[in-house]
Design a protein around this ligand. Sequence first.
Ligand SMILES: [Zn+2]
Ligand SMILES: [Zn+2]
Length: 140
Amino acid sequence: MSYLTVEGVMRLTGECFCGQINYEIRGVLRDARSCHCSRCRKAFSSQASAYAEVDPVDFRWLGGADLLTTYASQEGFGLQFCKCCGSTLCGIYQGEIHGVTLGCLNEDPQLEIGRHIFVGAKASWEKMPEGVVQYVGAET
Ligand SMILES: [Zn+2]
Ligand SMILES: [Zn+2]
């Protein structure tokens, strides 16, 4: 299944849980990864993050951007959430879109998580699937 525009570019959309915020991407996502550290578990309310980078020129909000709220977790870097339902939609770097959370995508992005990082800090209740590329800490 493909989601190509008439120009032959992949088109993806994403939205939050309540559906009030939505976006589109015309282009491909890069470097899908999952971080299992305690910070990402909290930021994503999950066992790990699931995130891929996007080129800022390929991304635009379709609606509900006024409902976004930003938490700057590190210098220059932040996550944006829906004020209404709490979904984590994207990461921003120095005020520009940096990437999107894979969980908020509506379509198949035609990529797989390429690496699992900080598996050494994963929750005790998480069992890692076999066969995934994993690193104890950051990939170096
Ligand atoms: Zn929402
Ligand atoms: Zn992390």
